[in-house]
Write a protein that binds this ligand. Sequence first.
Ligand code: ZN
Ligand code: ZN
Length: 188
Amino acid sequence: MLGIKIYIVRFEGVEEKILEYIREGVEESIRGGICEIIDDILELPTKAYNSLRGQYLSELLLEEVSKYALKLSPESGTKYIVLGVADVDIYSPGMNFIFGLAQCPGRAALISLFRLRPEFYGDEPNQDLFLERALKEAVHEIGHTLGLKHCKNQFCVMFFSLHIGMTDRKSRFFCDNCIKSIRDIFAR
Ligand SMILES: [Zn+2]
Ligand SMILES: [Zn+2]
């Protein structure tokens, strides 16, 4: 689909093993993309923590990812984006919580694993389901960095997830319309 490099960087507290699953899945969903895990671990900015809510302000975490992205310099001319992975509850002004956030278009994306585990909803632990959810949210936010907006197709990965049921219903792939939009964006 495109020649883009996607770096995955984790915040403190994220289990390393989940990153490899996301890496493989992202390469499958973003065809032609090359995904690489970075060893560095980002610190959670203390100023992002809202003690009244018990949550982190997502915009400030995304800012950390964005700052980190500026420091990276892959081979000249390579388009690249950075996906930050956190495992704390994140929110955005006006929203009780969010699963992720990204610059649209831009270089920085962020997902949180915090609300993706079935246990969070009182269900039995299910590692496969957890990983699948993480991958969908990762591909969704990467899609935003490419310039994609939300899609009306509820099975498309770019469909907006207001709750976990909507994440489970959608696939981890872009619909034909979104693939066409990506092609148009890269043809510009
Ligand atoms: Zn979105
Ligand atoms: Zn779509």
